[in-house]
Design a protein around this ligand. Structure first.
Ligand code: NAD
Length: 140
């Protein structure tokens, strides 16, 4: 039986390469859920099914039970994220919460490393952080 795999952010940089790699295995049925905030249809891979929408709508938009979800569909630009807080909250916090709830409902296994916007001091370079007078740190 084919394995259904969902990649959130499948039209982005990392997600599109992952979709390409996963779809090499003919036992995989690969789906992407992407809102095209930074993603592009130019990154589409033949054989992958693309669902247009945000992770916060995953429950309404994904009408199957994936075995695995690779969660890459998040606001991805660290420096820019400091000036776009509401959008980051919506795309990352609300979106990720919906993905987690969807995993609870369907039993899908989640593969998630986190957006680089959570890296804090690993994201802003020292000079810019100093200029802005902020030094975000990774919570311990
Ligand atoms: N590229 C890197 O070097 C790097 C390093 C560390 C972490 N990351 C993290 O990996 C993930 C992917 O990075 P990337 O470089 O491919 O970024 P990217 O911006 O190219 O891809 C993110 C994709 O997610 C989509 N997206 C954003 N929010 C969404 C949402 N709420 N619902 C559905 N789709 C959404 C975008 O449209 C885009 O296609 C991000 O979380 C990023 O922070 C990337």
């Amino acid at each position: 039986m084919n394995k259904k795999i969902l990649v959130t952010g499948g039209a982005g940089f990392v997600g599109s390469h992952l979709c390409g790699r996963l779809s090499l295995d003919t036992n995989n049925e690969v789906y992407s859920l992407d809102n095209y905030f930074t993603g592009s249809k130019d990154n589409h891979i033949a054989g992958v099914s693309y669902i247009n929408g945000s992770t916060s709508q995953i429950n309404e938009l994904v009408n199957f039970n994936p075995e695995y979800i690779y969660h890459l569909g998040e606001y991805s630009r660290v420096e820019q994220s400091f000036d776009d807080i509401e959008k980051v909250w919506q795309l990352n916090k609300e979106g990720t919460f919906s993905v987690l709830q969807f995993c609870r409902k369907t039993g899908a296994k989640l593969i998630y490393a986190g957006s680089s916007t959570k890296f804090g001091d690993g994201g802003l370079d020292g000079a810019k952080a100093h200029m802005l007078g902020r030094k975000p740190v990774i919570p311990s």
